[in-house]
Write a protein that binds this ligand. Sequence first.
Ligand code: ADP
Length: 547
Amino acid sequence: MLGQMMSQPLLISSLLVHADRHHGNREIVTRRPEGEIHRTTWRGIAGRSRRVANALEGLGIKQTQRVASLAWNTDRHMELYYGASGAGMVLHTLNPRLHPDQLVWIADNAGDQALFFDITFLPLVEATAARYATVKHFILMSDRAHMPAATKIPGLICYEDLLEASSDAYDWPQLDENLASSLCYTSGTTGNPKGVLYSHRSTVLHAYAAVAPDALNLSSRDTILPVVPMFHVNAWGLPYAAAMTGAKIVFPGAAMDGKSLYDLFEGEGVTLSAGVPTVWQGLLAHTEANGLSFSTMRRTVIGGSACPPAMLRAFDQKYNVQVLHAWGMTEMSPLGTVCTLKGGQEGLKGEDRYSVLSKQGRAIYGVDMKIVGPDGKELPWDGKTSGELLVRGPWIVDSYYNRHGEDILRFDDAGLGWFPTGDVSAIDPDGFMQITDRTKDVIKSGGEWISSIDLENIAMGHPGIAMAACIAAHHPKWDERPLLVVMKKPDAKVTKEDVLAWFDGKIAKWWLPDDVVFVETIPLGATGKMQKNKLRDEFKDYVLPTA
Ligand code: ADP
Protein backbone atom coordinates (compact mmCIF):
# COMPACT_ATOMS: atom_id res chain seq x y z
CA MET A 1 0.00 0.00 0.00
CA LEU A 2 1.38 3.41 -0.94
CA GLY A 3 1.15 6.44 1.27
CA GLN A 4 -1.62 8.86 0.39
CA MET A 5 0.27 12.11 0.39
CA MET A 6 0.71 14.59 -2.45
CA SER A 7 3.59 13.79 -4.68
CA GLN A 8 5.18 17.13 -5.42
CA PRO A 9 8.53 17.38 -7.16
CA LEU A 10 11.29 19.12 -5.19
CA LEU A 11 12.15 21.98 -7.54
CA ILE A 12 14.58 24.88 -7.30
CA SER A 13 11.85 27.25 -8.54
CA SER A 14 9.77 26.35 -5.47
CA LEU A 15 12.47 27.88 -3.24
CA LEU A 16 12.16 31.17 -5.07
CA VAL A 17 8.36 31.11 -5.10
CA HIS A 18 8.47 30.56 -1.33
CA ALA A 19 10.91 33.42 -0.74
CA ASP A 20 8.82 35.71 -2.94
CA ARG A 21 5.49 34.92 -1.24
CA HIS A 22 6.66 34.77 2.37
CA HIS A 23 9.76 36.95 2.52
CA GLY A 24 9.20 39.22 -0.47
CA ASN A 25 10.44 42.37 1.25
CA ARG A 26 13.61 40.86 2.66
CA GLU A 27 16.61 42.64 1.17
CA ILE A 28 19.27 41.37 -1.22
CA VAL A 29 22.24 43.76 -1.24
CA THR A 30 25.09 43.61 -3.75
CA ARG A 31 28.35 45.44 -4.21
CA ARG A 32 28.17 45.17 -7.97
CA PRO A 33 31.37 44.66 -9.97
CA GLU A 34 30.69 48.08 -11.56
CA GLY A 35 31.22 49.58 -8.10
CA GLU A 36 27.83 50.71 -6.80
CA ILE A 37 25.84 49.16 -3.94
CA HIS A 38 22.62 47.76 -5.40
CA ARG A 39 19.56 46.99 -3.30
CA THR A 40 16.69 44.71 -4.20
CA THR A 41 14.47 42.14 -2.45
CA TRP A 42 13.49 38.50 -2.83
CA ARG A 43 10.44 39.81 -4.71
CA GLY A 44 12.71 41.75 -7.04
CA ILE A 45 14.91 38.70 -7.62
CA ALA A 46 11.84 36.55 -8.30
CA GLY A 47 10.51 38.95 -10.96
CA ARG A 48 13.85 39.28 -12.69
CA SER A 49 14.47 35.51 -12.56
CA ARG A 50 11.22 35.06 -14.49
CA ARG A 51 12.53 37.56 -17.04
CA VAL A 52 15.76 35.53 -17.28
CA ALA A 53 13.71 32.39 -17.97
CA ASN A 54 11.80 34.15 -20.76
CA ALA A 55 15.04 35.62 -22.13
CA LEU A 56 16.76 32.22 -22.26
CA GLU A 57 13.82 30.66 -24.05
CA GLY A 58 13.81 33.64 -26.42
CA LEU A 59 17.45 32.89 -27.24
CA GLY A 60 16.33 29.41 -28.26
CA ILE A 61 17.84 27.55 -25.32
CA LYS A 62 16.02 24.33 -24.51
CA GLN A 63 15.52 22.38 -21.30
CA THR A 64 18.62 20.49 -20.11
CA GLN A 65 20.92 22.62 -22.32
CA ARG A 66 23.79 24.27 -20.46
CA VAL A 67 24.04 27.98 -19.74
CA ALA A 68 27.41 29.16 -18.43
CA SER A 69 28.28 31.97 -16.05
CA LEU A 70 31.60 33.67 -15.36
CA ALA A 71 30.51 35.79 -12.48
CA TRP A 72 31.08 36.96 -8.92
CA ASN A 73 28.60 36.74 -6.07
CA THR A 74 25.89 39.17 -7.16
CA ASP A 75 22.13 39.52 -7.39
CA ARG A 76 22.33 39.07 -11.17
CA HIS A 77 24.20 35.80 -10.74
CA MET A 78 21.44 34.62 -8.38
CA GLU A 79 18.79 35.55 -10.96
CA LEU A 80 20.62 33.23 -13.35
CA TYR A 81 20.69 30.49 -10.70
CA TYR A 82 16.92 30.61 -10.43
CA GLY A 83 16.02 31.67 -13.97
CA ALA A 84 18.07 29.04 -15.80
CA SER A 85 17.52 26.11 -13.44
CA GLY A 86 13.89 27.04 -12.81
CA ALA A 87 13.18 26.93 -16.55
CA GLY A 88 14.73 23.46 -16.77
CA MET A 89 18.11 24.48 -18.16
CA VAL A 90 21.41 23.66 -16.47
CA LEU A 91 23.40 26.54 -15.00
CA HIS A 92 27.09 25.86 -15.38
CA THR A 93 29.17 28.07 -13.10
CA LEU A 94 32.66 28.53 -14.54
CA ASN A 95 35.57 29.37 -12.25
CA PRO A 96 37.17 32.55 -13.66
CA ARG A 97 40.39 31.91 -11.75
CA LEU A 98 41.21 28.91 -13.93
CA HIS A 99 43.65 29.19 -16.79
CA PRO A 100 41.86 30.35 -20.00
CA ASP A 101 42.78 27.09 -21.79
CA GLN A 102 41.16 25.11 -18.98
CA LEU A 103 38.05 27.35 -19.10
CA VAL A 104 37.61 26.75 -22.81
CA TRP A 105 38.12 23.03 -22.31
CA ILE A 106 35.49 22.91 -19.55
CA ALA A 107 32.94 24.98 -21.51
CA ASP A 108 33.40 22.69 -24.53
CA ASN A 109 33.16 19.58 -22.38
CA ALA A 110 29.89 20.92 -20.94
CA GLY A 111 28.54 22.00 -24.35
CA ASP A 112 27.60 25.45 -23.03
CA GLN A 113 25.15 27.33 -25.30
CA ALA A 114 25.36 30.80 -23.78
CA LEU A 115 27.92 32.58 -21.64
CA PHE A 116 26.84 35.24 -19.12
CA PHE A 117 29.77 37.20 -17.66
CA ASP A 118 30.56 40.10 -15.36
CA ILE A 119 32.26 43.23 -16.63
CA THR A 120 35.48 42.23 -14.82
CA PHE A 121 35.82 39.30 -17.23
CA LEU A 122 35.34 41.27 -20.46
CA PRO A 123 39.06 41.02 -21.37
CA LEU A 124 39.06 37.29 -20.61
CA VAL A 125 35.99 36.65 -22.77
CA GLU A 126 37.34 38.87 -25.56
CA ALA A 127 40.53 36.81 -25.58
CA THR A 128 38.73 33.46 -25.66
CA ALA A 129 35.37 34.10 -27.43
CA ALA A 130 36.51 32.69 -30.77
CA ARG A 131 37.59 29.42 -29.15
CA TYR A 132 34.35 28.22 -27.55
CA ALA A 133 32.97 25.51 -29.83
CA THR A 134 29.36 25.50 -28.64
CA VAL A 135 28.65 28.96 -27.18
CA LYS A 136 26.21 30.85 -29.43
CA HIS A 137 25.37 33.84 -27.22
CA PHE A 138 27.60 36.11 -25.12
CA ILE A 139 25.85 38.28 -22.55
CA LEU A 140 27.61 41.00 -20.55
CA MET A 141 25.90 41.22 -17.16
CA SER A 142 25.66 44.98 -16.98
CA ASP A 143 23.68 47.93 -18.32
CA ARG A 144 23.95 49.89 -21.55
CA ALA A 145 26.21 52.53 -19.99
CA HIS A 146 28.88 49.90 -19.31
CA MET A 147 28.84 48.21 -22.72
CA PRO A 148 32.12 48.52 -24.64
CA ALA A 149 32.03 50.82 -27.66
CA ALA A 150 33.79 48.20 -29.77
CA THR A 151 34.41 44.55 -29.06
CA LYS A 152 35.70 41.39 -30.70
CA ILE A 153 32.89 39.35 -29.08
CA PRO A 154 30.39 38.41 -31.80
CA GLY A 155 26.84 39.73 -31.18
CA LEU A 156 27.56 40.79 -27.61
CA ILE A 157 24.26 41.20 -25.72
CA CYS A 158 23.61 43.66 -22.87
CA TYR A 159 22.04 41.83 -19.90
CA GLU A 160 19.86 44.71 -18.72
CA ASP A 161 18.55 45.31 -22.24
CA LEU A 162 17.80 41.62 -22.58
CA LEU A 163 15.86 41.56 -19.32
CA GLU A 164 13.97 44.73 -20.13
CA ALA A 165 12.82 43.24 -23.41
CA SER A 166 11.63 40.06 -21.64
CA SER A 167 8.35 39.73 -19.78
CA ASP A 168 8.27 39.05 -16.05
CA ALA A 169 5.22 36.83 -16.53
CA TYR A 170 6.37 33.22 -16.50
CA ASP A 171 4.97 30.01 -15.06
CA TRP A 172 7.73 27.81 -13.71
CA PRO A 173 7.41 24.38 -15.35
CA GLN A 174 6.61 21.36 -13.16
CA LEU A 175 9.77 19.45 -13.98
CA ASP A 176 10.87 15.98 -12.96
CA GLU A 177 12.72 16.56 -9.69
CA ASN A 178 15.58 14.37 -10.92
CA LEU A 179 16.23 16.67 -13.88
CA ALA A 180 19.73 18.21 -13.96
CA SER A 181 19.76 21.75 -12.57
CA SER A 182 23.36 22.91 -12.31
CA LEU A 183 26.85 21.84 -13.16
CA CYS A 184 30.12 22.52 -11.38
CA TYR A 185 33.55 21.19 -12.23
CA THR A 186 35.90 20.21 -9.41
CA SER A 187 38.59 22.83 -8.99
CA GLY A 188 41.23 20.37 -10.08
CA THR A 189 43.48 20.66 -7.01
CA THR A 190 44.35 17.02 -7.65
CA GLY A 191 43.98 16.33 -11.37
CA ASN A 192 41.78 17.22 -14.34
CA PRO A 193 38.47 18.96 -13.60
CA LYS A 194 35.46 16.66 -13.56
CA GLY A 195 31.85 17.77 -14.00
CA VAL A 196 29.41 17.21 -11.14
CA LEU A 197 25.80 17.47 -12.31
CA TYR A 198 23.35 18.38 -9.54
CA SER A 199 19.61 17.79 -9.77
CA HIS A 200 16.64 19.78 -8.47
CA ARG A 201 16.00 17.07 -5.91
CA SER A 202 19.60 16.92 -4.66
CA THR A 203 19.75 20.71 -4.41
CA VAL A 204 16.52 21.09 -2.43
CA LEU A 205 17.35 18.20 -0.08
CA HIS A 206 20.81 19.69 0.50
CA ALA A 207 19.21 23.03 1.36
CA TYR A 208 16.90 21.37 3.90
CA ALA A 209 19.92 19.75 5.52
CA ALA A 210 22.02 22.93 5.48
CA VAL A 211 19.53 25.09 7.36
CA ALA A 212 19.13 22.70 10.33
CA PRO A 213 20.37 23.87 13.77
CA ASP A 214 23.23 21.38 13.97
CA ALA A 215 24.27 22.28 10.45
CA LEU A 216 24.43 25.99 9.54
CA ASN A 217 21.45 26.95 11.71
CA LEU A 218 19.92 29.45 9.27
CA SER A 219 16.73 31.41 9.77
CA SER A 220 14.83 34.37 8.38
CA ARG A 221 16.56 36.48 11.05
CA ASP A 222 19.95 35.89 9.48
CA THR A 223 21.85 38.16 7.15
CA ILE A 224 24.21 35.99 5.16
CA LEU A 225 27.33 37.15 3.35
CA PRO A 226 28.72 34.29 1.26
CA VAL A 227 32.39 35.00 0.64
CA VAL A 228 32.71 31.56 -0.89
CA PRO A 229 32.16 32.21 -4.59
CA MET A 230 29.00 31.17 -6.40
CA PHE A 231 31.33 29.34 -8.81
CA HIS A 232 32.68 27.19 -5.95
CA VAL A 233 30.00 24.51 -5.44
CA ASN A 234 27.11 26.98 -5.65
CA ALA A 235 28.50 29.09 -2.79
CA TRP A 236 28.08 25.96 -0.66
CA GLY A 237 24.35 26.02 -1.37
CA LEU A 238 23.75 29.30 0.48
CA PRO A 239 21.68 30.99 -2.28
CA TYR A 240 19.19 28.09 -2.01
CA ALA A 241 19.26 27.79 1.78
CA ALA A 242 18.72 31.56 2.08
CA ALA A 243 15.59 31.38 -0.09
CA MET A 244 14.28 28.46 1.94
CA THR A 245 14.56 30.49 5.16
CA GLY A 246 13.97 34.00 3.81
CA ALA A 247 17.31 35.27 5.06
CA LYS A 248 18.76 38.55 3.82
CA ILE A 249 21.76 38.09 1.54
CA VAL A 250 24.70 40.44 1.07
CA PHE A 251 26.79 39.78 -2.03
CA PRO A 252 30.37 41.11 -2.04
CA GLY A 253 30.81 41.17 -5.83
CA ALA A 254 34.41 41.44 -6.96
CA ALA A 255 35.82 43.21 -3.87
CA MET A 256 37.13 40.41 -1.65
CA ASP A 257 39.79 42.32 0.32
CA GLY A 258 39.58 42.58 4.10
CA LYS A 259 38.39 46.20 4.20
CA SER A 260 35.64 45.84 1.58
CA LEU A 261 34.30 42.74 3.29
CA TYR A 262 34.49 44.28 6.76
CA ASP A 263 32.59 47.39 5.61
CA LEU A 264 29.76 45.20 4.30
CA PHE A 265 29.71 43.07 7.48
CA GLU A 266 29.22 46.15 9.60
CA GLY A 267 27.12 48.26 7.21
CA GLU A 268 24.58 45.54 6.46
CA GLY A 269 24.37 43.80 9.84
CA VAL A 270 25.75 40.48 8.59
CA THR A 271 25.17 37.65 11.10
CA LEU A 272 26.72 34.71 9.24
CA SER A 273 29.43 34.32 6.66
CA ALA A 274 31.23 31.47 4.90
CA GLY A 275 34.56 30.97 3.18
CA VAL A 276 37.86 29.10 2.92
CA PRO A 277 40.55 29.74 5.59
CA THR A 278 42.76 31.87 3.34
CA VAL A 279 39.95 34.42 2.93
CA TRP A 280 39.63 34.86 6.67
CA GLN A 281 43.35 35.41 6.96
CA GLY A 282 42.94 38.57 4.89
CA LEU A 283 39.94 39.69 6.92
CA LEU A 284 41.56 39.03 10.32
CA ALA A 285 44.74 40.83 9.20
CA HIS A 286 42.57 43.88 8.47
CA THR A 287 40.66 43.79 11.77
CA GLU A 288 43.83 43.21 13.76
CA ALA A 289 45.76 46.01 12.09
CA ASN A 290 42.91 48.46 12.74
CA GLY A 291 41.72 47.26 16.16
CA LEU A 292 38.24 46.43 14.83
CA SER A 293 35.56 44.08 16.12
CA PHE A 294 32.37 42.59 14.67
CA SER A 295 29.17 44.05 16.06
CA THR A 296 26.69 41.64 14.41
CA MET A 297 28.62 38.72 12.92
CA ARG A 298 28.27 35.74 15.25
CA ARG A 299 28.88 32.66 13.09
CA THR A 300 31.19 31.83 10.25
CA VAL A 301 31.40 28.64 8.24
CA ILE A 302 34.99 27.67 7.45
CA GLY A 303 35.74 24.80 5.11
CA GLY A 304 37.28 23.82 1.80
CA SER A 305 40.53 23.12 3.61
CA ALA A 306 41.35 22.60 7.25
CA CYS A 307 40.63 25.55 9.54
CA PRO A 308 43.82 26.11 11.55
CA PRO A 309 42.96 25.85 15.27
CA ALA A 310 44.69 29.21 15.82
CA MET A 311 42.06 30.84 13.57
CA LEU A 312 39.23 29.15 15.45
CA ARG A 313 40.64 30.47 18.74
CA ALA A 314 41.10 33.99 17.36
CA PHE A 315 37.49 34.16 16.15
CA ASP A 316 36.21 32.75 19.43
CA GLN A 317 38.35 34.63 21.94
CA LYS A 318 38.97 37.98 20.27
CA TYR A 319 35.82 38.44 18.22
CA ASN A 320 33.15 36.30 19.91
CA VAL A 321 32.43 34.63 16.57
CA GLN A 322 31.51 30.94 16.47
CA VAL A 323 33.44 29.01 13.84
CA LEU A 324 31.45 26.25 12.16
CA HIS A 325 34.18 24.02 10.77
CA ALA A 326 32.70 22.15 7.82
CA TRP A 327 33.92 19.53 5.40
CA GLY A 328 32.63 18.68 1.99
CA MET A 329 33.39 18.38 -1.69
CA THR A 330 32.13 19.54 -5.06
CA GLU A 331 30.94 15.93 -5.42
CA MET A 332 28.83 16.36 -2.26
CA SER A 333 26.94 19.59 -3.09
CA PRO A 334 29.14 20.20 -0.87
CA LEU A 335 28.08 19.65 2.75
CA GLY A 336 29.13 16.42 4.46
CA THR A 337 30.01 17.25 8.05
CA VAL A 338 29.70 20.30 10.28
CA CYS A 339 31.29 20.66 13.69
CA THR A 340 28.93 21.60 16.50
CA LEU A 341 28.95 20.28 20.06
CA LYS A 342 26.65 17.42 20.97
CA GLY A 343 24.22 17.24 23.88
CA GLY A 344 26.35 16.65 26.97
CA GLN A 345 29.33 18.56 25.58
CA GLU A 346 27.99 22.06 26.20
CA GLY A 347 30.04 22.37 29.38
CA LEU A 348 33.39 21.65 27.71
CA LYS A 349 35.92 24.37 28.38
CA GLY A 350 39.27 25.54 27.05
CA GLU A 351 41.41 23.09 25.13
CA ASP A 352 38.89 20.24 25.57
CA ARG A 353 36.33 22.34 23.72
CA TYR A 354 38.75 23.49 21.01
CA SER A 355 39.97 19.96 20.41
CA VAL A 356 36.40 18.96 19.50
CA LEU A 357 35.58 22.11 17.54
CA SER A 358 38.72 21.94 15.42
CA LYS A 359 37.62 18.62 13.95
CA GLN A 360 35.72 18.58 10.66
CA GLY A 361 32.59 17.53 12.53
CA ARG A 362 29.66 15.17 12.48
CA ALA A 363 27.78 13.89 9.42
CA ILE A 364 24.56 15.77 8.82
CA TYR A 365 21.46 13.64 8.24
CA GLY A 366 21.49 12.46 4.64
CA VAL A 367 25.21 11.78 4.58
CA ASP A 368 26.40 8.35 5.62
CA MET A 369 30.14 7.89 6.06
CA LYS A 370 32.68 5.24 6.98
CA ILE A 371 36.44 4.75 6.98
CA VAL A 372 38.04 1.72 5.39
CA GLY A 373 41.47 0.12 5.28
CA PRO A 374 43.41 -0.90 2.16
CA ASP A 375 41.40 -4.16 2.08
CA GLY A 376 38.12 -2.22 1.90
CA LYS A 377 37.03 -3.39 5.39
CA GLU A 378 35.43 -0.86 7.68
CA LEU A 379 37.69 0.53 10.45
CA PRO A 380 36.61 1.33 14.02
CA TRP A 381 35.41 4.75 15.17
CA ASP A 382 37.99 5.14 17.94
CA GLY A 383 39.34 8.57 17.05
CA LYS A 384 42.79 7.08 16.39
CA THR A 385 42.56 4.62 13.51
CA SER A 386 42.59 6.46 10.22
CA GLY A 387 41.58 5.21 6.81
CA GLU A 388 40.06 6.25 3.54
CA LEU A 389 36.79 8.09 3.93
CA LEU A 390 33.77 6.89 1.93
CA VAL A 391 30.37 8.59 1.76
CA ARG A 392 26.89 8.05 0.37
CA GLY A 393 23.66 10.02 0.24
CA PRO A 394 21.06 11.73 -1.98
CA TRP A 395 23.23 14.80 -2.71
CA ILE A 396 26.42 12.86 -3.45
CA VAL A 397 27.61 12.22 -7.01
CA ASP A 398 27.20 8.76 -8.52
CA SER A 399 28.95 9.43 -11.83
CA TYR A 400 30.72 12.36 -13.47
CA TYR A 401 29.12 14.32 -16.29
CA ASN A 402 30.06 13.35 -19.83
CA ARG A 403 32.30 10.45 -18.79
CA HIS A 404 30.06 7.56 -19.66
CA GLY A 405 30.94 4.09 -18.53
CA GLU A 406 33.33 5.29 -15.85
CA ASP A 407 32.36 3.69 -12.55
CA ILE A 408 33.50 5.82 -9.65
CA LEU A 409 31.58 4.20 -6.81
CA ARG A 410 32.95 1.48 -4.57
CA PHE A 411 30.42 -1.30 -3.86
CA ASP A 412 30.35 -3.05 -0.48
CA ASP A 413 29.21 -6.60 0.37
CA ALA A 414 25.63 -5.40 0.74
CA GLY A 415 25.74 -4.02 -2.79
CA LEU A 416 25.65 -0.40 -1.63
CA GLY A 417 27.62 2.14 -3.65
CA TRP A 418 30.00 4.47 -1.79
CA PHE A 419 31.86 7.48 -3.14
CA PRO A 420 35.58 7.37 -2.27
CA THR A 421 36.46 10.90 -1.16
CA GLY A 422 40.23 10.64 -1.50
CA ASP A 423 40.48 11.96 2.05
CA VAL A 424 42.09 10.12 4.93
CA SER A 425 40.39 10.54 8.28
CA ALA A 426 39.65 9.20 11.71
CA ILE A 427 36.22 9.17 13.37
CA ASP A 428 35.84 9.28 17.15
CA PRO A 429 33.24 7.30 19.17
CA ASP A 430 30.94 10.37 19.18
CA GLY A 431 31.01 10.47 15.37
CA PHE A 432 33.29 13.50 15.01
CA MET A 433 35.37 13.10 11.88
CA GLN A 434 38.84 14.54 11.55
CA ILE A 435 40.65 14.77 8.23
CA THR A 436 44.30 13.86 8.56
CA ASP A 437 45.12 14.30 4.90
CA ARG A 438 44.25 13.87 1.30
CA THR A 439 45.52 10.52 0.06
CA LYS A 440 47.79 12.46 -2.32
CA ASP A 441 49.21 14.75 0.38
CA VAL A 442 49.92 12.25 3.12
CA ILE A 443 53.64 11.82 3.95
CA LYS A 444 54.78 8.19 4.07
CA SER A 445 57.84 7.95 6.30
CA GLY A 446 59.23 4.41 6.50
CA GLY A 447 55.74 3.01 5.80
CA GLU A 448 54.11 5.09 8.56
CA TRP A 449 51.83 8.05 7.79
CA ILE A 450 52.48 11.60 8.91
CA SER A 451 49.58 14.03 8.69
CA SER A 452 50.58 17.12 6.72
CA ILE A 453 47.47 18.93 8.00
CA ASP A 454 48.48 18.41 11.65
CA LEU A 455 51.93 19.86 11.03
CA GLU A 456 50.50 22.83 9.10
CA ASN A 457 47.93 23.53 11.82
CA ILE A 458 50.64 23.66 14.47
CA ALA A 459 52.93 25.82 12.35
CA MET A 460 50.14 28.29 11.61
CA GLY A 461 49.64 28.74 15.35
CA HIS A 462 53.09 30.40 15.51
CA PRO A 463 52.63 34.16 15.88
CA GLY A 464 55.14 34.96 13.13
CA ILE A 465 53.79 32.55 10.50
CA ALA A 466 51.16 33.62 7.98
CA MET A 467 50.82 30.34 6.10
CA ALA A 468 52.53 26.96 6.09
CA ALA A 469 52.37 23.97 3.76
CA CYS A 470 53.89 20.63 4.58
CA ILE A 471 54.92 18.37 1.73
CA ALA A 472 56.75 15.10 1.35
CA ALA A 473 60.40 15.39 0.32
CA HIS A 474 62.36 12.40 -0.92
CA HIS A 475 64.53 10.68 1.68
CA PRO A 476 66.97 7.84 0.84
CA LYS A 477 66.25 5.92 4.03
CA TRP A 478 62.66 6.78 4.95
CA ASP A 479 61.35 7.24 1.42
CA GLU A 480 59.53 10.45 2.38
CA ARG A 481 60.04 12.98 5.14
CA PRO A 482 58.14 16.20 5.93
CA LEU A 483 59.43 19.47 4.50
CA LEU A 484 57.73 22.56 5.90
CA VAL A 485 57.31 25.48 3.51
CA VAL A 486 56.67 28.68 5.44
CA MET A 487 55.41 32.14 4.53
CA LYS A 488 56.17 34.61 7.33
CA LYS A 489 53.92 37.44 8.45
CA PRO A 490 55.21 40.81 7.19
CA ASP A 491 58.19 41.99 9.31
CA ALA A 492 58.19 38.83 11.45
CA LYS A 493 61.62 37.55 12.42
CA VAL A 494 61.36 33.77 12.47
CA THR A 495 64.22 31.31 11.98
CA LYS A 496 64.21 27.64 11.11
CA GLU A 497 65.27 26.88 14.70
CA ASP A 498 62.30 28.90 16.09
CA VAL A 499 59.89 26.98 13.91
CA LEU A 500 61.28 23.58 14.87
CA ALA A 501 61.32 24.52 18.56
CA TRP A 502 57.64 25.49 18.23
CA PHE A 503 56.78 21.83 17.55
CA ASP A 504 58.40 20.73 20.82
CA GLY A 505 55.95 18.71 22.90
CA LYS A 506 53.18 19.15 20.32
CA ILE A 507 53.93 16.09 18.16
CA ALA A 508 55.70 12.73 18.27
CA LYS A 509 59.42 13.33 17.72
CA TRP A 510 59.56 11.41 14.45
CA TRP A 511 56.94 13.75 12.94
CA LEU A 512 59.27 16.76 13.26
CA PRO A 513 59.86 18.27 9.78
CA ASP A 514 63.34 17.48 8.50
CA ASP A 515 63.70 21.00 7.17
CA VAL A 516 62.00 24.39 6.99
CA VAL A 517 62.18 26.61 3.92
CA PHE A 518 60.94 30.19 3.80
CA VAL A 519 59.16 31.45 0.69
CA GLU A 520 57.71 34.83 -0.33
CA THR A 521 54.30 33.36 -1.18
CA ILE A 522 52.57 30.02 -1.14
CA PRO A 523 50.64 29.46 -4.39
CA LEU A 524 46.85 29.36 -4.01
CA GLY A 525 44.51 27.55 -6.39
CA ALA A 526 41.32 28.76 -8.03
CA THR A 527 39.27 28.25 -4.88
CA GLY A 528 41.81 29.72 -2.45
CA LYS A 529 43.45 26.48 -1.34
CA MET A 530 47.20 25.99 -1.01
CA GLN A 531 48.48 24.28 -4.15
CA LYS A 532 50.68 21.64 -2.64
CA ASN A 533 51.10 19.91 -5.99
CA LYS A 534 52.88 23.07 -7.25
CA LEU A 535 55.13 23.08 -4.18
CA ARG A 536 55.88 19.39 -4.65
CA ASP A 537 56.97 20.18 -8.23
CA GLU A 538 59.07 23.12 -7.07
CA PHE A 539 60.83 21.09 -4.36
CA LYS A 540 60.96 17.75 -6.17
CA ASP A 541 64.77 17.72 -6.22
CA TYR A 542 65.16 19.20 -2.75
CA VAL A 543 67.89 17.51 -0.76
CA LEU A 544 67.02 17.31 2.94
CA PRO A 545 69.85 17.99 5.42
CA THR A 546 69.07 14.57 6.94
CA ALA A 547 69.45 12.75 3.61
P1 ADP B 1 39.10 20.13 -5.22
O1 ADP B 1 39.02 18.67 -4.94
O2 ADP B 1 39.34 20.37 -6.65
O3 ADP B 1 40.00 20.89 -4.29
P2 ADP B 1 36.73 20.66 -3.70
O4 ADP B 1 36.45 22.06 -3.39
O5 ADP B 1 35.61 19.78 -4.03
O6 ADP B 1 37.69 20.69 -4.93
O7 ADP B 1 37.59 20.07 -2.52
C1 ADP B 1 37.19 19.01 -1.70
C2 ADP B 1 38.32 18.63 -0.80
O8 ADP B 1 38.73 19.73 0.01
C3 ADP B 1 38.00 17.55 0.18
O9 ADP B 1 38.06 16.28 -0.40
C4 ADP B 1 39.07 17.76 1.24
O10 ADP B 1 40.30 17.19 0.87
C5 ADP B 1 39.22 19.26 1.25
N1 ADP B 1 38.47 19.84 2.36
C6 ADP B 1 37.26 20.41 2.32
N2 ADP B 1 36.89 20.87 3.53
C7 ADP B 1 37.90 20.57 4.37
C8 ADP B 1 38.14 20.77 5.78
N3 ADP B 1 37.27 21.39 6.56
N4 ADP B 1 39.30 20.31 6.29
C9 ADP B 1 40.21 19.68 5.52
N5 ADP B 1 40.05 19.47 4.21
C10 ADP B 1 38.91 19.91 3.63
